[in-house]
Design a protein around this ligand. Structure first.
Ligand SMILES: [Zn+2]
Length: 442
């Protein structure tokens, strides 16, 4: 979730032959009557979506908010809604909704996720939840289920924050957790503001803001997502239920040293911020490991960034997450202290700025338990926490919310190596249909 290269999205790149998608294994090789098959509808949707915003160079996706690639994905969503005779709408914040039944009736059960990506992201993070939602609706109809409440499918805008640096913009605005002026002023690496990008994409940036009436119509929101870890793989189960999202945040570490000549400055005369930075990276790893937390320096900027110059400034961004807020605070404080101590030895001044913080999210316990029971005749589905933020986490403050995870055997996410097997995708679709049947059709 860093500033990406927003204008490089390549919507026309052909899918390479070994695309890491369920569509890659031809539907024809399966027994069409096999109950685990995700169905032609799923595979067709997956194939149509798989070519949008894919980089030919990396094989990954560059679907940044309000770019042409994003517009292609949004057109795909609209086409899916139209093809099913669902009522389609874009809300004031650019989120897309498809409705079976009148949402004004209230108590709607909504599922969905997002279609945008991180730079060179995988095919599953986000799209799996949206494609599975439409496929689950098809399955529900094939079962002859009769919904007593409105059913909704949603695509939240700008979830990854790859272009403007802030995640979950669409859901944050809707939930009233992001000031519209602050949102409009967000600016990407290309110098284009969110307001300008929205306007270019045909969405009125002055319409954005809280949407409590919309949220009040939702009785439950369930987001299905590829697991971003290997807990389900280790448990030998295709689908699990989320218990909580770890508290997480981003901190900017500025290491101020002194620029000088790499060839003429004696080692003992240097004030080299790169040394302090490197030591801090190692300290972050150690402090996180000792606390059972996570800490990552994944983005760095160097000034003047010359190969024969000692840096004057190194700026590193720390992403840290932990099971509880106390542990997170302690880990970050320990990393700050390690940076300051080393900085004192190196003649480098260290300043730390917290850029964002998201408190722990505990999903609605009764909904979570109900889902786990619904999905596991015999043995309830596994319940697991996650370190990743999601729109479901934002919405949980206003709406009873739950998440389903689909097994990812590589455990890798935010990379083209992200994967889910065809049968597991089918299990996810079937789980979503079960959830809809259990929550909206009885
Ligand atoms: Zn996601």
């Amino acid at each position: 979730m860093t500033s990406g290269e927003p204008q490089t999205a390549d919507a026309n790149a052909p899918a390479p032959p070994a695309a890491p998608t369920p569509a890659a294994s031809a539907a024809g090789t399966r027994d069409p009557a096999a109950p685990a098959a995700p169905g032609d509808g799923f595979l067709t949707m997956w194939r149509d979506l798989a070519v949008l915003g894919r980089s030919a160079a990396s094989g990954g996706y560059r679907r940044y908010a309000w770019t042409p690639a994003d517009a292609d994905c949004r057109a795909w969503f609209r086409a899916q809604a139209d093809a099913r005779g669902l009522a389609y709408e874009t809300d004031r914040n650019g989120n897309q909704w498809a409705w079976l039944g009148d949402p004004a009736a209230g108590g709607a059960v909504v599922t969905g996720s997002h279609l945008d990506s991180v730079p060179d992201g995988g095919a599953f993070d986000g799209p799996l939840g949206v494609v599975s939602a439409f496929a689950a609706l098809d399955l529900l109809r094939a079962r002859g289920a009769r919904p007593r409440r409105p059913l909704g499918v949603v695509n939240f805008a700008d979830e990854e924050g790859a272009r403007f640096g802030l995640a979950c913009v669409g859901s944050r605005l809707t939930a009233g957790q992001l000031d519209p002026d602050a949102a409009r002023a967000l600016t990407g690496a290309d110098g284009v503001s969110l307001a300008a990008a929205m306007e270019r994409a045909g969405h009125d940036p002055y319409a954005i803001g809280p949407d409590p009436e919309r949220l009040a119509r939702i009785g439950a929101f369930v987001e299905l997502h590829i697991e971003q870890g290997r807990a389900l793989d280790l448990a030998g189960r295709p689908v699990g239920v989320a218990s909580a999202i770890w508290p997480h945040g981003r901190w900017r570490f500025d290491f101020h040293g002194e620029a000088n000549h790499a060839g003429t400055t004696r080692l003992e005369d240097r004030r080299d911020p790169m040394l302090t930075y490197a030591t801090t990276v190692l300290a972050a790893r150690k402090k996180a490991r000792l606390a059972g937390a996570l800490a990552t320096f994944g983005k760095v900027a160097v000034e003047p960034n010359g190969v024969n110059a000692i840096a004057s400034l190194v700026r590193g961004w720390l992403d840290s997450r932990a099971p509880d807020e106390e542990t997170l605070a302690a880990v970050v404080a320990a990393i700050e202290q390690a940076a300051a101590e080393r900085g004192a030895r190196d003649g480098v001044r260290v300043s730390v700025t917290r850029e964002s913080f998201t408190p722990v999210v505990e999903f609605a316990h009764d909904l979570r338990d109900r889902l786990a029971a619904l999905l596991g005749p015999g043995e309830p589905a596994p319940v697991l926490p996650t370190g990743a933020g999601h729109d479901a986490g934002i919405l949980s403050a206003a709406v009873p919310t739950a998440m389903l995870f689909v097994r990812n055997p590589t455990g890798v996410s935010h990379s083209p190596a992200e994967h889910a097997a065809e049968d597991d995708c089918a299990a996810g679709v079937s789980a979503l249909a079960d959830v809809w049947e259990g929550l909206a059709c009885r």
